[in-house]
Design a binder for this molecule. Structure first.
Ligand code: ZN
Length: 153
């Protein structure tokens, strides 16, 4: 829906930085099979309250298993102790408006239920923003593994 489209200049300063960083990352995409270079930028914080932007690109291989750009950012952030995922932007010049795949939504869900997700929909960097709970309702997450006393066994 057109009303969902956010002009680049209407994004917050940090969201603008995420979009531009995602474009930078997409330049390094290794996508010889799909030829769909994707870039992502993830804002995350650690236990000390420090925030940092992690960027990632898709990395394909001859076995046709792909490491998505979004997944790459999460792995980089968590590996550096940044587990509080705050916001993520995704870009792909060939498929504008794409949101993270199901696998990436599940991995995001491990660390957040409602992280805002920006996807770029135009060459002018217009975006659509969705939260993870909009894209992944009634998701399975860490708390799903806890048996409730109310559930008969
Ligand atoms: Zn994915």
């Amino acid at each position: 829906m057109i009303s969902d489209v956010i002009q680049f200049n209407s994004l917050s300063e940090i969201e603008q930085e995420l979009v531009l960083t995602a474009w930078e990352a997409s330049k390094f995409a290794y996508a010889p099979y799909s030829n769909f270079p994707v870039g992502a930028a993830l804002l995350a914080s650690n236990k000390n309250g420090e925030t940092r932007i992690f960027r990632g690109c898709n990395v394909e291989n001859a076995n046709f298993t792909t490491i998505c750009a979004e997944k790459a950012t999460i792995v980089k952030a968590v590996s550096d102790g940044f587990q509080d995922l705050l916001s993520i932007a995704v870009v792909c010049a060939k498929v504008p408006g794409g949101f993270p795949c199901g696998d990436c939504r599940q991995i995001l869900r491990e660390f957040s239920t409602s992280i805002p997700i920006l996807t770029v929909v135009s060459a002018q960097n217009e975006c659509i923003r969705r939260s993870l709970d909009e894209l992944f309702p009634e998701s399975f997450g860490p708390s799903s593994l806890t048996w409730s006393a109310a559930v008969p066994r």
